[in-house]
Ligand binder design. Sequence first.
Ligand code: HEC
Length: 100
Amino acid sequence: MLIMVALLIPPGAARADEARDLAGGRLLAEQHCGGCHEILGSAPLGTTSSVPNFSMIAQSGQTSRQSLQQFLSRPHGMPDQSLSADEVNLIIVYIMSLRR
Ligand code: HEC
């Protein structure tokens, strides 16, 4: 029975995984990046217009998973943000999901 269900709904299950990753990434982004960056529609807490918002970053042709990975492997804006590699990945998935 379980196998039947698995066979019937793999696309839905994949979407559920993806949705969970996106939600997780967004939450992490809000917690760790939202102090400076605008996270899709939410104004940054400290309004510094020089900080690119995540939607702009996602639209840029320069941006890729690799470029984000590389950029985020070094601290920027503030000292070490102590994110795990998994957390960084979720944030990257979230940022790339904003690309239109
Ligand atoms: C203390 C403020 C601050 C925090 C917190 C912060 N950033 Fe930034 N971020 C900046 C500033 C300022 C810039 C632009 C200057 C630069 O590139 O360093 C920037 C630039 C970036 C860029 C490069 C944009 C480009 O031009 O390509 C990315 C990507 C980025 N931030 C992602 C993140 C992510 C993801 C987080 C959370 C894990 C985060 N930032 C947290 C201030 C911050």
